[in-house]
Design a protein around this ligand. Structure first.
Ligand SMILES: NC(=O)c1ccc[n+]([C@@H]2O[C@H](COP(=O)([O-])OP(=O)(O)OC[C@H]3O[C@@H](n4cnc5c(N)ncnc54)[C@H](OP(=O)(O)O)[C@@H]3O)[C@@H](O)[C@H]2O)c1
Length: 275
């Protein structure tokens, strides 16, 4: 079974548009981008396009790559005070000379629709999330839409980043899965991953997960977005794994669109909580 994130995202966005209109709210999202990295610019454009689709007011702040941490902090303070802005998204990664932690922690937790502020990560870790990070949240939505119930399953997450691996593990744990997190120092990774009922690959290495790493019938979620010969390619060797997996996400068209849906849902939630 192909877990079609594109199809699910379209229906979720259509439903969200109706919910927003029924609520009579005008949610506002501000994006902040520093520098002119083409991939970041593309992601931000996609987020603004989704905002238009669901009637979220979006505003894009573009700061030059020469901006200092203090320049970015000033911008965040302005957005924190702006009552028409319910959600603030700082597009990561920021240029290396900028102190990313200080920026992430400067966003008011109630406007942190990316869910990266320690207050929001702490709530997630304690089992009471408000805003969950968008990519793992989107994956949970996709599992729900396809009737995959993690309760009691063994879930293996490859990767332990703040953006994906760690919050993914927390969400799966909150959904009563038994969770194992793997990383570069994990010994005999295939022996662990091949026991997974749900395998989430978020390592950032093209076709890292081969058939030897997957259990027959497993649900395989591919978070990776790698560019190989000008083409987008996941962390899973899709062509060789698809016959072993019971369900699998494609790249593109799997996790990516679900990430954007989560951002829209978090922004609507932010507007509700701040109104
Ligand atoms: N589709 C989407 O919406 C979306 C959203 C976010 C990210 N992504 C993609 O998802 C991928 C992961 O993103 P990220 O931000 O989590 O990346 P990241 O911050 O670079 O983290 C990668 C993780 O993978 C682990 N890893 C790397 N090589 C490994 C190996 N050989 N064996 C075991 N573990 C290994 C690292 O382990 P250590 O901690 O030990 O170094 C690290 O924890 C990237 O391709 C990114 O572009 C997609």
């Amino acid at each position: 079974m192909i877990l079609d994130g594109k199809k699910v995202s379209e229906s979720r966005l259509a439903a969200l548009k109706e919910e927003i209109s029924a609520a009579g709210l005008s949610p506002g999202l501000a994006t902040v981008i520093v520098g002119n990295d083409p991939a970041s610019q593309l992601y931000v454009r996609m987020k603004h396009r989704a905002c238009e689709q669901v009637n979220i007011q979006s505003r894009g702040i573009e700061l030059p790559g020469t901006s200092t941490t203090s320049d970015v902090l000033k911008q965040i303070q302005i957005l924190n005070r702006d009552r028409s802005v319910h959600g603030i998204l700082v597009q990561l990664p920021l240029p290396l000379h900028i102190d990313t932690s200080r920026i992430v922690e400067a966003v008011l937790p109630e406007k942190d629709v990316d869910g990266f502020h320690p207050a929001n990560l702490g709530r997630l870790f304690s089992g009471n999330p408000v805003y969950s990070p968008c990519t793992p949240k989107g994956i949970m939505t996709l599992l729900t839409e396809y009737g995959v119930e993690p309760d009691g399953m063994h879930a293996v997450v490859l990767g332990r980043s703040i953006e994906v691996g760690r919050p993914m593990a927390s969400l799966l744990l909150n959904a009563n899965a038994t969770v194992t997190i793997c990383h570069r120092r994990t010994r005999d990774l295939p022996a662990i991953s091949s026991k997974a009922d749900i395998l989430v690959a978020a390592v950032g290495k093209a076709r890292f997960v081969g058939p030897d790493m997957v259990k027959q019938g497993a649900v395989v979620i591919d978070v990776g977005t790698n560019h190989v010969d000008g083409k987008l390619c996941g962390d899973v060797d899709f062509d060789r794994v698809r016959d072993i997996a019971g369900a699998i996400t494609p790249v593109p068209g799997g996790v990516g669109p679900m990430t954007i849906v989560s951002l829209m849902e978090n922004t609507f939630l932010a507007a509700r909580l701040q109104t």
